[in-house]
Write a protein that binds this ligand. Sequence first.
Ligand code: SF4
Length: 726
Amino acid sequence: MNIRQRVDRLCERLYVTAQYPSQGAVVFVDLERQEIREAYLSRAMLRDFLGGRGGNMVLLYNLLEDGLDALNPGVPLIFGAGVLTGHVPGGPRGNVTSLAPDSEAILDSNAGDYFPAYLRRHGIDHLVVYGQALRWTLLKFEHGRLEFCDASRYRGMNNIELTGAIEQDFDCHEGRNMALARITRAGEKQVLCSGIMAGPKSIFARGGSGAKMGSLRLKAVLVRGRPPEFPIDKSHREDNKRIGRKILSTGVAKKVLKTVGTPFLYKPSRLLGALGTYNNQKTSWHDSLDAENFDQFRDGMAGCYKCPVHCRALNRIPDADETDPYRHGDGPEYVTLGKFGPNLGIDRPEHVLRFNDSASTGSAIAWAMELYQRGIISDADCSGLAPNWGDPVLIETLLFQTAEREGFGDTIADSAQAVERGKYPTEALRYRMASKGLFQSDPHDSRIIKAFALGLAVATRGMDHLRNRVTLEINPRINDDPDYKRELYGAAVSAEPNSYIGKEHSVARCEDQYASGDAVGMCRFNTKLFNSPSLPDSNDFAGQLTRLTGIQFSPDEVLLAGSNITALERMINYRIGLRVTDDTLPQRWFDEPIDEGPFQGELIDRDEFEALKKRYYHVAGLTEHGIPGPERHERLARTVTGFSVRVELPHDLPGEAERMVIVDEVVNNVAGLRQTVCRRYPELVDRMDDELTLAVLNGQTILSGEGEAKISDGDQISFIRAIAGG
Ligand code: SF4
């Protein structure tokens, strides 16, 4: 069944009108045929998955055709705004979801600036695009109307040029009366580490969303016009004020985010001896990149739609040539600072300011540098460049080449997939700092803090700290107060950062809190547990969700929705072939102890790690395969696909105690069901195709005519081993 048939089938289950106050539409856009349709998600979908990242996953689960490559135009790209996006202070965020071209997992990327809030306030909760446009296209949304515009003229433009051209052509100004999601040249050329820009600087990064959008020939999505006011009652307004005060009263917002931005994190990592340096061969680096050394370059702070924090540092390089378009900009964030500082052997702030690219690009260059250092790649492989550590001219050259896919940049553009795409030998994988094919998002070497390590390993989109990082593991006031720590994470968690004890609880709790935060649109920096225990949490989300939607939410239901989202993501990852062994870490962290600093000798013990992972699965309500068991799968399927058939198996999946799987895609008959089981669970193909495996449908053995034996939602079917001969 192709994407168009899937959209048709899904729309039959969705609604033609809003199901609760403030609900926006799901807009399906067929770029190839220039066709648009609208529908509304159900109240059950809201209750179980909220919106934003959660709603996106519901849509992806339904629309994904098994077996397609991420860049296939039949795999949709889904923009989603959270339920509270644009309706609470500090909550301007939204997600972009698909399969990731730059990993083996889902693509799911969060950004703020203006685009998600504009989308939501203009009445679109989710925008689903698919099919390849016949020419480069800009989608314009204005006054409730979506228009396909020719974007040929914008082709080849970078972010600065494109913004200027669109502001001129459409007589608007970003942030004042327009928001834009767009790709640069890198996205057009399907550079795998490219993202979708959500503003002058915010980016839907991680997983290659830019390449995915480029594969659809979609240059930009423009929302024009100031966001319409939405009437909210007095209690909603009062609570918004309280939430704003709550955010601003935290030390982290007041003292650092508002004044310095995220680079403040560099120093604690450095002092701990946990800075990923030279592609994590080392873990210490100079204090020249401590946040205070960027003070002289900072010429203001910017922020996202109605966020009281304004954490984004602006920069200006003094004495730079006035014609240099990069003399002024946003950033860097802590991630960029680490990835383009110690990770590449760079120690001067002004160099980091110029590079200011995505985490994956920095990781791809660091990987190349280590391969070159080890002689695994040669000058010839690098098209004449010599990728040596600490060479700012080379790095800048490589960044421009990468965006154009020129010279050695074509290899960097293949990011973490360079081996799979034939650019590096298999030996290179040993030095790839990635999990599930995605480079680590942050520069923190996590051999010391075991909760960080577990989080990176089990994160559903690959090696990423924003899914579940227990950042407060480095907060002594929390570590020294066991009762408070237990209260925060719901169970006892060791005070020692390098202990494995109890870390499953803190990772699982952060994961639920953050996923629910994404689904309502709250920025991670403004969500409890990420930077502070005092930031808004599921209690605050529940109150505002109830007021905005008219549907009663409890804090526990909000957290459960967060857990459901992660579970559904794991179900998608399972469908695309990821297994429990993919929840792991780079080999280096198991084999090579840290050789310097206060935690010298620390590494990840394989047995301890596997035991911790198992405990995490249990706490997260997953089986030992890291996926929901049959009962939970069935419950989720009721909401997601509206179809569920229990299938009992003659043999269990490896290690699966229940000997049962759930088919949650509509099938009409036993023959179709057999095919679906084989497709979704390739480990069962041999057993299911065995001519001795008979189907028993609702107690009735099917000896012939499987194609005519109808299957309905709620049926039970067993496959039994027939006894042949005598
Ligand atoms: S805290 Fe910073 S990144 Fe988050 S919404 Fe506010 S300005 Fe944007």
